[in-house]
Design a protein around this ligand. Structure first.
Ligand code: ATP
Ligand code: MG
Length: 511
């Protein structure tokens, strides 16, 4: 049985100065179906959805809704036609309450003769109904800034329901969600499907796609290279379609030892305790050639530990050694001077500088470290800057028109690559990667893992914090399981499995 087609995008083309984001893209959305959009970073997924919501005007092509063809949609059209896009960067307003966010553009009004006021009781009543539907257990008067990322997302979904949308697009909704939160989101999606909504779901996580998708369209260089029923393809098929080849699954060396105890110690943390108690007496050693990973539930405090190591949070006690020599990391600046690097988890807040271009973002730390080109005099060696940035652009295959482009214009995954490039360019001794591949496509992930292995092989220290167990299992030699501010167990990659790690991360009384 063929479901009703809600939207057809036909031969859509979109050019930006110097870049063709979409060359010829056709795509349908049907009622009661989850249509997955899959493609490499910069393939054009977000751009296509921004055309659907009227944020961008296509260069050519058409959009058919309810049998009527449009050259382009305005945001107002999209709204009127019941199309709602939840962007990669959420767009709720933090300083307003949940209910104000839900009804910001259509407040219920109460009339008192000539006076009109907002009908708060009505707003509260309707908001409660919507929150119930998406399963958000919060008072509708709570300020949105007090919510977690997943709760903000639930507000976005509730907002889509508030206007009775027929098409709901979710652009990488699970990138920052915990395992539990993803389960919950999927329940909500299934309920929406059952009500006949058309859902577009964008994600780089193949497991999720196989679970929640009904059909999947693979985008490559701005064109549709195939639409398939999810039941007709395997995750490996999808990788091949998207990347054009199979990818390696493991990045451990053939002859790595079971234990690195005998190897030279590159980096050591002894009894580190944070002043706020978020890390308690943590000790670990990183050996030459070893990649050490930190597993744990989101919120276990792994980022907090790394912040303290890197000098971004005050320490109560603890000592840090690099090549056997004690170093003091009182601030990130000191840590960088001691040749530590940290790729942070949250690219919007601590990652890159919006108003800087790609080359400036990449060469920033190298300047800070080497004070090349005059340092305090403020002179910048432009040639060094270009060379440094070009090297990383090639190594990481950053998709951009040129390195003079603003980072804000890059696709989500390519922004993350710029941050990686910055720290790789700094040629640090110890690199801490905190959720390094958030938003990065499977092909590029593989390249980044190979790169990490190359760093370890060349004598650099590599520490990885990740909530994606397949990632830790693919790349780490040793995996420390972290829970409530402490390391509770350590596995060699040979005897680590997802099950064992999950158990250690959650169970009480693990060793
Ligand atoms: N406002 C803009 N100005 C210039 N170029 C842009 C703009 N927005 C997007 N692009 C370019 O269009 C291309 C497609 O970007 P898009 O954000 O659609 O990719 P994506 O498939 O969503 O990737 P990702 O998986 O990394 O999120 C990229 O090369 C990007 O740099
Ligand atoms: Mg995107």
């Amino acid at each position: 049985m063929q479901a009703e087609t809600l939207v057809q995008m036909k031969h859509v083309r979109k050019e930006f100065p110097g870049v063709t984001a979409l060359s010829d893209m056709s795509f349908d959305i049907r009622a009661g179906e989850v249509h997955v959009l899959l493609g490499e970073n910069g393939a054009g997924k977000s751009t296509l959805m921004k055309i659907l919501s009227g944020v961008y005007t296509p260069t050519s092509g058409s959009i058919v809704v309810d049998g009527k063809a449009y050259k382009n949609l305005t945001p107002h059209d999209a709204d009127r036609l019941g199309i709602r896009v939840i962007y990669q960067e959420l767009s709720v307003i933090p300083t307003l309450s949940i209910r104000e966010n839900l009804f910001v553009d259509r407040l219920p009004i109460k009339k008192h003769g000539p006076f009109h006021t907002v009908d708060h009781d009505e707003m509260q009543r309707r908001a409660e109904g919507l929150l119930e539907k998406v399963g958000l257990r919060r008072d509708a008067r709570t300020l949105v800034e007090d919510l977690s990322i997943s709760e903000k997302q639930q507000v976005e979904i509730a907002k889509a329901l508030a206007v009775d949308s027929r098409v709901i697009v979710m652009d990488e909704p699970t990138a920052s969600l915990t395992h539990e939160e993803v389960r919950h989101l999927f329940d909500v999606i299934r309920a929406l499907k059952a009500q006949g909504k058309g859902i577009v779901f964008i994600s780089h996580k193949l497991g999720e796609i196989m679970e929640i998708g009904d059909c999947v369209t693979v985008l490559k260089d701005g064109a549709n290279v195939g639409t398939h029923a999810v039941s007709d393809v395997t995750a490996d098929d999808l990788v091949t379609m998207m990347v054009g080849r199979q990818i390696r699954k493991n990045y451990q060396d053939e002859n790595t030892p079971d234990s690195f105890e005998q190897e030279e110690v590159l980096f050591e943390v002894q009894g580190l305790t944070r002043r706020d108690g978020k890390a308690k007496n943590v000790s670990f050693r990183l050996h030459k050639g070893e990649i050490l990973g930190f597993a744990g539930l989101v919120g276990a405090g792994r980022s907090e530990l790394m912040d303290a190591v890197f000098g971004a949070a005050p320490k109560q006690s603890g000592r840090i050694f690099l090549h056997g020599k004690e170093i003091r990391t009182k601030s990130p600046y000191r840590a960088i001077r001691h040749s530590l690097a940290m790729v942070t988890e949250n690219r919007r807040e601590t990652g890159f500088f919006q108003n800087f271009d790609i080359k400036e973002n990449i060469s920033l730390i190298s300047f800070l470290k080497t004070a090349r080109g005059g340092g305090t005099l403020g002179l910048i060696d432009r040639r060094f800057e270009r060379e440094c940035a070009e090297r990383q652009r090639k190594a990481l295959r950053i998709k951009c028109a040129s390195i003079d482009q603003l980072v804000a214009e890059l696709s989500g995954g390519n922004q993350q690559k710029v941050i990686l490039g910055r720290w790789l360019a700094a040629q640090s001794e110890i690199l801490i990667f905190d959720e390094p591949t958030k938003g990065i496509d499977v092909g590029s992930k593989a390249e980044i893992y190979a790169l990490m292995r190359g760093l370890a092989d060349s004598g650099k220290g590599v520490l990885v914090v990740s909530s994606e167990l397949p990632e830790l299992l693919a790349v780490c030699d040793t995996i420390a399981v972290y829970r409530e501010g402490e390391i509770v167990r350590t596995f060699s990659h040979r005897d680590a499995t997802e099950e064992k790690i999950m158990l250690a991360a959650t169970a009480d009384g693990a060793e």
